[in-house]
Design a protein around this ligand. Structure first.
Ligand SMILES: *[C@@H]1O[C@H](CO)[C@@H](O)[C@H](O)[C@H]1NC(C)=O
Ligand SMILES: *[C@@H]1O[C@H](CO)[C@@H](O)[C@H](O)[C@H]1NC(C)=O
Ligand SMILES: *[C@@H]1O[C@H](CO)[C@@H](O)[C@H](O)[C@H]1NC(C)=O
Ligand SMILES: *[C@@H]1O[C@H](CO)[C@@H](O)[C@H](O)[C@H]1NC(C)=O
Ligand SMILES: *[C@@H]1O[C@H](CO)[C@@H](O)[C@H](O)[C@H]1NC(C)=O
Ligand SMILES: *[C@@H]1O[C@H](CO)[C@@H](O)[C@H](O)[C@H]1NC(C)=O
Ligand SMILES: *[C@@H]1O[C@H](CO)[C@@H](O)[C@H](O)[C@H]1NC(C)=O
Ligand SMILES: *[C@@H]1O[C@H](CO)[C@@H](O)[C@H](O)[C@H]1NC(C)=O
Ligand SMILES: *[C@@H]1O[C@H](CO)[C@@H](O)[C@H](O)[C@H]1NC(C)=O
Ligand SMILES: *[C@@H]1O[C@H](CO)[C@@H](O)[C@H](O)[C@H]1NC(C)=O
Ligand SMILES: *[C@@H]1O[C@H](CO)[C@@H](O)[C@H](O)[C@H]1NC(C)=O
Ligand SMILES: *[C@@H]1O[C@H](CO)[C@@H](O)[C@H](O)[C@H]1NC(C)=O
Length: 691
């Protein structure tokens, strides 16, 4: 398939080359467009557009040419085409008009050769002055006249404008050269018709001159509209009124009549029993052809009695207070009726509660609440008053007094006073021992009466009461006294030991007693701390003002500074004095050590004497450290038991004794204490073993 297609293309290429060779016996050199007599001419001139082709050929014969002339680059719709053997063609525009203006070009083609001429701009100046005609020069009011405007010589689309005097009355676009319009004349002034047109040329618009002016005389039609209101233009509600619309001075059959009030169209002869809102201007309109006459009349309808007004006095009423409801029409047409002719009916929530005289007196209670309205009535005319919603105010009920948060001595706390019933606004007063502390006015349901105060003793909590009132002092209601639990914060604790500090010896029972002043609220949490540790060594919660921490068998490691702390739900933790505990060695251990020391000293002295005697050489004896250097082996064995770190004795000893020491400032004191302790502790098992 591909090969077939390929061979086709090859064949066509070959053929075209052959053809070109065959036809290229001539050559289109150039083409020129001549505008004769000139590019710019006056309208109605004869214009010759001549297209001349310069062609050379072998035999000297001109080939078949297709020559076309086109305008404004629109070469698809040429204005002229000629298939000819002549190398020159002429397109004649016999009477050039403005619409012929534009840019012209020639297009020549022969075989597969093709040429365009250069562009030539043709400008036809001047427009035909239009002509205006009418079918009648004299008409009667409302009659129509036919107006015709023509500019037949012009070509192209013209936009016509008709005027009566200076006023534009009609516009229309047409290419027919003539436009016609029927215009009705309603004004009795003489009409002065004229017309003109405009035409689009290139990018611009050309305006013609104004046509001749034609005067048409309008004769007035002698007729008038007539409106009649009977019996009078001033009537009273309930009267029957007749209103008619008529025409005078012309045959009624040829006129159209209409009666209206505002935008409401009424029958041409209208009769009604009027109400107050029928007052206003009535219009009668008579129309003959397009001629129109109007007549107006004002109707005033006086109220027989005015809309009743409902009043409730006083405006605000508490339950059990009396109030009056009155219904009254303030104005009545006294020429027709007396005040007694008006009957009043009062309604509460659509139920009639009073008739006749328009006054209703009662005592306010829950049941008198509702929506009140009333009517005033004379014969069959009934008028309703506005609505009034009446709600009797409710006196305030006995308030309750409560605390909103925990009451802690000497700390601020909040008290709320609340009455379950009572119309707002309610004024609340907080009192302590009949002394007013403060007021709060509650004006909307979301508001609360909250007071902030504090007390210095538990008894004071029951000195508070509150008072609520919403209708003067007589409505005041007093609450019960305030009941609330008072939390007393803890006082400063005191820490003592049993036995007393000085008498603490190892293996004894040691008690730390922590006590606070009486009165603090339980439960109370006591905590014991050693040194500066953040976590307590012991914590207990009791319902007493003192508590204890017991070490059943005190050891050297218990030595140190102790303190206790106490707190309850008041929150603040109070800290005691510090007690320094130093655990002393047991007395028998002291004796043992003294004995061992004596034995050692004796031994050394003995050895020294022997050696001195034997060697008679001066020996540099050891200083006090020598004593210590003897001891470590003793310690060593005990430490192997206690701590499995067989290291250099002195170092080991220090580490064991200062496991918690992080305070360099305190080192000297503690070292002293530890020294005593460590000697005791480390030596004791040794001696046990040995004995
Ligand atoms: C236009 O051409 C015609 C004949 O082709 C000639 O009679 C006429 O005079 C020419 N008009 C002008 C204005 O040259
Ligand atoms: C075409 O041009 C020739 C030569 O100018 C002329 O004789 C002939 O009338 C033209 N034909 C038309 C249709 O204009
Ligand atoms: C045509 O000629 C008139 C008068 O010479 C000139 O005012 C107008 O600009 C010209 N229009 C064009 C499109 O050349
Ligand atoms: C008006 O028209 C009615 C019937 O439509 C006719 O009987 C009456 O004669 C006419 N009146 C006049 C004055 O032409
Ligand atoms: C009012 O018009 C009605 C019919 O449109 C007619 O029957 C009646 O007689 C007219 N009344 C008056 C007073 O013109
Ligand atoms: C009609 O009467 C009212 C009130 O008397 C007045 O305001 C209004 O101007 C009158 N209208 C005409 C058209 O007389
Ligand atoms: C109600 O009306 C009576 C007289 O009709 C009057 O004495 C009384 O004061 C009125 N009460 C109120 C609350 O206005
Ligand atoms: C008031 O009346 C309503 C219904 O009529 C009733 O639900 C409400 O309990 C009454 N209140 C009192 C305080 O009587
Ligand atoms: C009174 O009228 C109001 C609205 O106009 C309505 O919401 C209310 O329920 C009515 N009260 C009674 C008691 O009818
Ligand atoms: C009310 O009706 C009576 C009897 O029908 C009548 O005599 C009286 O004139 C009427 N009053 C008014 C103001 O229309
Ligand atoms: C309240 O009264 C009691 C006894 O009447 C008294 O002891 C107390 O001090 C009083 N408190 C104040 C705040 O006046
Ligand atoms: C403290 O007293 C309260 C109530 O009196 C009791 O519930 C609580 O168990 C007591 N606490 C102790 C530790 O005794």
């Amino acid at each position: 398939m591909w090969t077939k297609r390929y061979s086709e293309i090859l064949l066509m290429t070959f053929m075209s080359i052959t053809c070109t060779r065959a036809e290229s016996e001539f050559e289109l050199r150039d083409v020129t467009l001549h505008i004769i007599p000139a590019n710019t001419v006056e309208r109605n001139s004869e214009l010759n557009l001549t297209c001349e082709v310069n062609v050379v050929s072998r035999g000297g014969n001109t080939p078949d040419l297709k020559i076309s002339i086109f305008k404004n680059y629109n070469n698809h719709n040429p204005v002229y085409i000629n298939n000819t053997r002549s190398n020159k063609v002429t397109y004649t525009i016999a009477k050039a008009q403005a619409s012929h203006s534009g840019i012209y070009q020639c297009d020549v083609s022969a075989g597969n050769q093709h040429l365009y001429s250069s562009e030539e701009n043709i400008n036809v100046t001047g427009l035909q002055t239009p002509e205006l005609r009418v079918d009648k020069l004299k008409v009667t009011e409302g009659e129509k006249v036919r107006v015709t405007c023509s500019a037949r010589e012009e070509s192209g689309v013209l936009e016509y404008t008709f005027k009566n005097g200076l006023k534009v009355i009609y516009k229309e676009s047409s290419s027919s050269g003539v436009v016609q319009r029927f215009h009705s004349l309603t004004s009795t002034e003489t009409a002065k018709f004229s017309c003109s047109y405009s035409i689009h040329v290139g990018n611009g618009v050309l305006h013609s001159s104004v046509s001749n002016e034609v005067h048409v005389v309008v004769e007035e039609l002698k007729f008038t509209a007539k409106i009649t209101i009977l019996p009078s233009t001033e009537v009273i509600e309930g009267d029957s009124v007749y209103i008619t619309c008529d025409v005078e001075g012309i045959n009624k059959n040829s006129s159209v009549l209409s009666l209206s009030k505002g935008s409401r169209l009424l029958p041409r002869n209208y009769s009604t029993v009027v109400l107050a809102n029928d007052s206003g201007v009535y219009e009668c309109r008579a129309k003959v052809n397009s001629a129109e006459r109007n007549a107006y009349k004002n109707l005033t309808v006086k109220e027989l009695f005015s809309t009743p007004v409902l009043t409730i006095t006083p405006a605000e009423v508490f339950e059990k207070e009396s109030f009056n409801v009155t219904c009254r029409s303030s104005k009545i047409a006294s020429e027709r009726i007396g005040h007694d002719d008006v009957k009043y009916f009062i309604y509460r929530s659509n139920k009639m509660i009073s008739s006749d005289n328009g006054i209703y007196k009662t005592m306010a209670k829950n049941e008198t609440n509702g929506n009140y309205t009333c009517t005033a009535q004379v014969n069959n005319t009934i008028k309703w008053s506005q609505w009034i919603t009446f709600t009797a105010k409710v006196l305030v009920s006995k308030p309750t007094i409560t605390v909103l948060n925990e009451v802690i001595l000497n700390k601020p706390f909040r008290i709320e006073c609340r009455s379950d019933r009572g119309s707002l606004p309610i004024s609340y007063t907080l009192k302590q021992n009949h002394t007013t502390l403060s007021h709060v006015q509650v004006s909307n349901p979301s508001q609360k009466a909250v007071f902030t105060t504090s007390i210095q003793s538990i008894q004071q909590i029951s000195e508070f009461k509150c008072e609520a009132q919403n209708n003067g002092v007589n409505s005041a209601q007093t609450s019960d006294t305030l009941r609330a639990q008072v939390t007393v914060p803890v006082g400063k604790p005191n820490l003592i030991t049993v036995p007393v500090e000085q008498d603490i010896t190892e293996n004894q029972q040691l008690q730390f007693l922590c006590g606070i002043p009486e009165g603090a609220s339980s439960p109370i949490t006591f905590k014991w701390y050693k040194e500066k540790n953040l976590s307590p060594v012991y914590v207990t919660t009791v319902n007493f003002t003192n508590a204890e921490y017991t070490i059943l068998s005190v050891e050297g490691s218990h030595s140190g500074s102790f303190y206790c702390a106490a707190l309850n739900k008041a929150g603040k933790e109070e800290v005691s004095n510090h007690v320094n505990v130093s655990v002393r060695m047991a007395r028998w251990k002291k004796g043992l050590i003294t004995g061992v020391c004596l034995m050692l000293v004796t031994g050394i002295v003995f050895a020294f004497v022997i050696r001195y005697r034997a060697m008679r050489v001066k020996v540099a004896s050891s200083n006090g450290a020598g004593i210590w250097s003897v001891r470590p082996p003793v310690l060593d064995s005990s430490e192997v038991v206690d701590v499995d770190e067989p290291e250099e004795p002195n170092v080991e000893y220090t580490e064991v004794l200062h496991p918690q020491n992080s305070d360099p400032a305190r080192v000297p004191l503690r070292k002293g204490t530890d020294t005593v302790y460590s000697e005791v502790q480390s030596t004791s098992p040794e001696f046990h073993d040995e004995f």
